[in-house]
Design a protein around this ligand. Sequence first.
Ligand SMILES: [Zn+2]
Length: 109
Amino acid sequence: MAHWAELDSDNKVLRVLVGDNNDPAGDEGYSWIIENLGGTWIKTSYNAGTNGFRYNFAGIGFTYDPIDDAFIAPMPQCGHDAMILNSLKRWECSSCDDDIRQRLAGIQE
Ligand SMILES: [Zn+2]
């Protein structure tokens, strides 16, 4: 199934809709969406985790980065300075990872 993400003027995802793969226009529902709903829509893939299409499957509140052609989740508010966007365009915090490791170590003791 084709999925389409609507972007606002700041490239923030407003919603994600499923397009019709069998749309007679042959465009997986894109022209139907534009004609009936208007707005700015780009494709996203439910299988982005395996096929890498635009890195991540878009969700409401995600941001689309047109330079890297990537959907990026909102940054987690953990308050650490170690938060980085990794090469898979996912947030990663080594300070949070350390907390988890310490907690796991505590359980095992
Ligand atoms: Zn953190």
